[in-house]
Design a protein around this ligand. Structure first.
Ligand SMILES: Cc1cc2nc3c(=O)[nH]c(=O)nc-3n(C[C@H](O)[C@H](O)[C@H](O)COP(=O)(O)O)c2cc1C
Length: 159
């Protein structure tokens, strides 16, 4: 998809962003990558910057990477071609599985982050963690606020 996507304003295609569960990519300090399915996410403006917020349970390996690893993540909205990966990435753990291999996902090197995006995504966002918070009484999930450094849309969803 590298040549089949264009950079977009992060606020474009927000309806499409909300339509599907996402694939959240994180990275350890050693460069080890992981990907998990993510339903709880928001996109919008905070503190005068474009922000994606992701809610991740402390039980996830992803949580370990986001807190102890590289302070970046990417959010990828799958296309029909790789939507099947949601099941794999939402049931297996990166602690003991290479989910990219398991789900047949390929990555595209990040332009503004060291964490890559996922090939064949309808939308992809490179984010830098700028803030964290607990969910309080709402859930045990931890909130990670990522400043959107760049965003992409597949030419297939651009009309
Ligand atoms: C459709 C779907 C959506 C999910 N959304 C979330 C979510 O928003 N937050 C979360 O912490 N876990 C969510 N999960 C569960 C994680 O994806 C799952 O526990 C995963 O195996 C964690 O992988 P990890 O241990 O490699 O991080 C979701 C699972 C599915 C199937």
């Amino acid at each position: 998809m590298s040549e089949n996507r264009v950079e977009i304003n992060p606020y474009d295609y927000m309806n499409h962003f909300m339509k599907r569960a996402a694939l959240l990519v994180s990275m350890g300090k050693d460069g080890k990558l992981n990907v998990m399915a993510l339903l709880w996410k928001t996109i919008g403006e905070l503190w005068m910057i474009p922000v994606i917020t992701v809610a991740v349970s402390p039980s996830r390996y992803t949580f370990e990477l986001l807190t102890k690893g590289v302070k970046e993540f990417t959010v990828n909205i799958p296309s029909d071609r790789n939507e099947h990966a949601i099941d794999t990435c939402g049931t297996l753990s990166g602690r003991n599985t290479d989910k990219f291999k398991e789900a047949g996902l390929e990555v595209i090197e990040g332009k503004r982050t060291s964490v890559p995006t996922i090939k064949d995504s309808d939308l992809a966002y490179e984010c830098q963690i700028v803030h964290e918070a607990d969910s309080g009484s709402m859930a045990s999930h931890h909130l990670f606020f990522g400043k959107i450094l760049t965003a992409y849309a597949s030419k297939e969803i651009i009309n």
